[in-house]
Design a protein around this ligand. Structure first.
Ligand code: HT7
Ligand code: ZN
Length: 855
């Protein structure tokens, strides 16, 4: 298959300033009539090439004249027409079958709705068009459909007309005044109810807001609406960005390949990120709704008003928008806890990606299938790059730079380089070396050695960086790494201020004076750079920081490192001091000054996957055994504390206040340790919580705790949960997910059985992710030494590829991590990848992921 390279970028041969689309909508057969005004770009004589995927032209017209079959050609799906002049009007007619579209790209049917998904290259499945983000057009859309079946007809922009037609049909016309790339096109037709509200912008413009869902789901849309209004106000306050159309609509659909889509004025969402109520949504789900609603809304400026020149620049919109949504969520809740959560996600998803065969730079150099590049590197590492620039510039200069960026590039298709230049020009800094962050893949490792000279009263911090080789990049240059540090006096427990050190060389030393005693190093405070820090800090230093560091992230990090050292040590058969971990947990959990949500984060053991990342060869069984043993020890040693916390955090009435959410988080972890202690009444207490909970956060946590064990309560709780939520798809997903993620010795067998369950289906991506996505993230079960876990996932990929290649391809990376495991497991993982690759008619999506995984 074709490899697309960044270096091959060439401006479009033809521009399309205007497009009119006429849809005759029907689930079985939709007719699309497109009228494009096309204009030759530059002094070249190349033909007009309109991308198409699975389309057959029923008619092609140029300037009103129907072309004969020898006047156009199909080339790899694209429609090619030689045009004589500089400007023409080109019309095409095609017919689509939305109900047969299981890829969920283009126009498709979902639970009686018709909706679109065009990013990245889905528009070419709707009509012939130059499907690239640097062709910006003004869209007018007319839709016609059966009024009873599709009473609501929505598209981008503002509504400009509607009416009834004979035969029970009706029409609507929408007009989007902002030129946009076709990946932002959207329409929705269906029987939807609306949560309607309004927002008045900072310049006094009234915006009609609508969240459109199935009627029964209307009561579950309040949180999304609040998030939308909060986001609109926040973007005005923090970035000076105002909304620009008269209406802003959001539609929730049940079948969606991703989280949501930022189509101009008509965001389309996976219903998972819109619907929430206490009965069915956890606090994490509520946060997910808030974060994704904000993310899509923020794209209106970082993505839509300024879009990407080509897909290699994807992080221009995604990295910046993730940074914006992270900052928003931090402002809405606890800044400290949000940072910890974001770093946990970065390490779990992006660091793993960066250390495997699919590692790629934030601005990739080539791809086979762009859908495979909607990755944690583009999104989350991309956000860290923006965060580092914001840190280096400081808040005022960063705001001046983003103002400059928005002003300079409004209405354009821009590049990552344009963004960095705006940071330089607006912030008065030189980011020449920093640009390497966009070019070089791999997570830098920083070795930090602190030496003390008692005679001189100095402390010397020696920092050494290495960037590991990654596919296609064997040799790396030193990066510009901003590290926030502080040196603590262990006696007073104080430091003399936070400093920002710029590590720019392979090795650099920084000297600090006035230290009669050896100080304790707090480094990468706030996780100022997305790097792995290795230091010579002792367990005592870490215990000190876990109790005293005034930077919440560094405090959390010290605690985690303390635990990692004990766990990795015990896996390696070394004598370890578990008591230090128990003491640190006791200290943290009983500190009345601390936010319970922070405590819950800090006292949680590192995940099995994270522990695997610390080892040269991952040993899933040894990791699981060591972690379980430490958990039990912590449970036993502090049993009265867990009972106290569990009883003391029981709430009276459900609330979404940060305090209530924090209490639930802490309560759940206390329950977890209590059950881990092996206390006889543990399962009973868990079942009690499951039974009495008035919210899903506590109910699901209790279920998850029970699902790990083998008690009768486990089966009872799973049955009750299933029967209560069998008709609610999003909640039933939790039932599948909890079992697939459980630390239960039979998880592999259970997943094999759940695959055959009557409620399991490959056609709904949420359901697939709930079972197989969760299972592949369960290190102990997925890497069962029988190899059955690998086979289950590979079977799923093969079957799903025929239905939905994008979703299938997202399940490949866990198999691609074979180099990290022992020979036996590695051979079995490779064998599954090879088996996948021998499948006939394998998609480009899976071919790329599986092929690269074997290299
Ligand atoms: N920009 C959106 C990306 C997206 C997507 C990509 C590939 C296939 C399906 C998709 N649906 C949405 C999501 C976002 O980052 O906001
Ligand atoms: Zn996005």
């Amino acid at each position: 298959p074709l490899i697309i390279r960044r270096s091959d970028y060439r401006p479009p041969d033809w521009l399309v300033p205007e497009i009119t689309l006429d849809f005759d909508l029907d689930a079985a057969a939709t007719r699309v009539h497109a009228t494009l005004s096309v204009v030759r770009n530059g002094g070249q004589d190349r033909p007009l090439r309109l991308d198409g995927d699975g389309l057959l032209p029923l008619e092609v017209k140029v300037d009103g004249r129907a072309l004969g079959p020898d006047e156009w050609a199909l080339d790899g799906g694209a429609l090619v027409i030689a045009l004589p002049g500089q400007a023409h009007v080109v019309e095409t007619r095609v017919e689509l079958a939305p109900e047969g579209n299981s890829k969920l790209m283009g126009l498709y049917a979902s639970s009686g709705l018709l909706c679109t998904q065009c990013e990245a290259e889905g528009f070419r499945r709707i009509t012939f068009f130059p499907d690239r983000p640097d062709v910006l057009s003004r869209y007018t859309v007319r839709m016609e459909a059966d009024k009873a079946r599709y009473p609501v007809l929505l598209a981008n922009g503002d509504p400009v007309g509607q009416g009834d037609l004979p035969g029970g049909r009706h029409w609507a016309r929408w007009n989007d005044p902002f030129p946009k790339p076709c990946y932002l096109f959207a329409l929705v037709a269906g029987d939807l109810a609306c949560n309607a509200d309004r927002f008045v912008t900072m310049s006094g413009q009234e915006v009609a807001l609508g969240i459109w869902v199935k009627k029964a789901d209307l009561p579950r849309t309040a949180h999304a609406m609040k998030a939308l209004k909060d986001s609109m106000a926040w973007d005005e306050r923090v970035y000076g960005r105002e909304y620009d159309l008269d209406v802003f609509n959001i539609v929730a659909v049940a079948d969606f390949n991703f989280g949501a889509m930022e189509n101009k004025g008509l965001n389309i969402f996976n219903s998972r990120y819109i619907l929430a109520d206490p009965e069915t949504a956890t606090d994490l789900d509520y946060d997910g709704v808030e974060g994704v609603v904000a993310h899509e809304y923020f794209h209106n400026w970082s993505g839509n008003r300024i879009t990407c020149r080509d897909w290699f620049q994807l992080s221009l919109k995604e990295g910046f928008t993730v940074f914006r949504d992270q900052s928003f969520s931090a402002d809405m809740g606890s800044r400290a806890v949000k940072r910890i959560e974001d770093v946990r996600i970065l390490r779990a998803a992006q660091f793993q990606e960066d250390s495997g065969p699919l590692a790629h730079p934030v601005r990739p150099e080539s791809y086979m299938e762009i859908s495979n590049f909607y990755t944690a590197t583009i999104y989350n590492k991309g956000a860290e790059l923006i965060r580092m620039m914001a840190l280096m510039l400081g808040p005022e200069r960063f705001r001046a730079s983003t103002d400059l960026y928005f002003e300079r590039h409004d209405g354009e298709a821009a590049t990552c380089e344009d963004f960095v230049r705006a940071m330089e020009d607006g912030g008065g800094v030189d980011l020449a070396q920093f640009r390497l962050w966009y070019e070089q893949a791999g997570t830098p490792r920083v070795r930090a050695l602190l030496n003390h000279d008692a005679d001189a009263g100095t402390a010397e911090l020696v920092l050494e960086q290495t960037v590991p080789p990654t596919p296609g990049q064997p040799d790396k240059k030193p990066m510009a790494i901003p590290l926030r540090v502080a040196l603590f006096d262990p006696q007073s427990g104080q430091h003399r201020g936070d400093q920002l050190l710029m590590l720019t060389e392979a090795k650099q030393a920084f000297t600090f004076t006035g230290f009669a005693q050896p100080p304790v190093l707090s480094i990468n405070r706030g996780f100022s750079a997305p790097v792995i820090v290795e230091s010579n800090r002792s367990q005592a230093d870490l215990a000190f920081l876990s109790a005293r560091d005034d930077d919440p992230f560094a405090r959390y990090e010290a605690m985690q490192q303390l635990m990692v050292n004990v766990l990795v040590g015990s896996i390696g058969g070394q004598p370890v001091d578990e008591a230090a971990v128990v003491a640190a947990i006791r200290h943290t959990a009983t500190d009345p000054q601390l936010d319970p949500a922070f405590v819950a984060e800090a006292i949680r053991l590192p995940s099995e996957a994270y522990l695997g990342d610390q080892m040269a060869v991952v040993d899933p069984d040894a990791i699981h055994a060591a972690r379980e043993a430490l958990q039990r020890r912590i449970g036993e040693a502090l049993e009265p504390l867990w009972r106290d916390i569990h009883a003391g955090t029981k709430a009276n009435a459900f609330s979404l206040s940060p305090a209530a959410k924090g209490a639930r988080k802490l309560r759940n972890i206390a329950l977890h340790y209590l059950v881990a202690s092996g206390a006889q009444d543990g399962p009973e207490i868990a079942f009690g919580q499951f039974h009495e909970a008035d919210n899903m956060t506590e109910r699901q946590a209790a279920l998850a705790t029970l699902a790990n064990g083998a008690s009768d309560a486990r089966e009872a709780a799973l049955d009750i949960f299933y029967n209560r939520y069998r008709d609610d798809a999003l909640t039933l997903d939790k039932w599948f997910q909890t079992q697939a993620f459980a630390f239960h010795p039979d998880t592999v067998q259970l997943v094999a059985e759940l695959r055959e369950h009557k409620d399991f289906t490959l056609t709904n991506p949420n359901r697939v992710r709930s079972l197989f996505g969760a299972f592949a993230g369960n290190q102990w079960a997925f890497h069962d030494k029988s190899g059955k876990g690998y086979r289950l996932v590979a079977d799923c990929i093969i079957a799903l590829d025929k239905i939905n290649p994008q979703t299938a391809a997202r399940l490949v990376p866990p198999l691609g991590r074979w180099r990290r495991f022992d020979e036996g497991r590695a051979a079995m993982m490779r064998a599954e990848l090879e088996r996948i690759l021998t499948e006939p008619d394998l998609s480009r999506d899976v071919t790329e992921q599986a092929g690269k995984s074997l290299e």
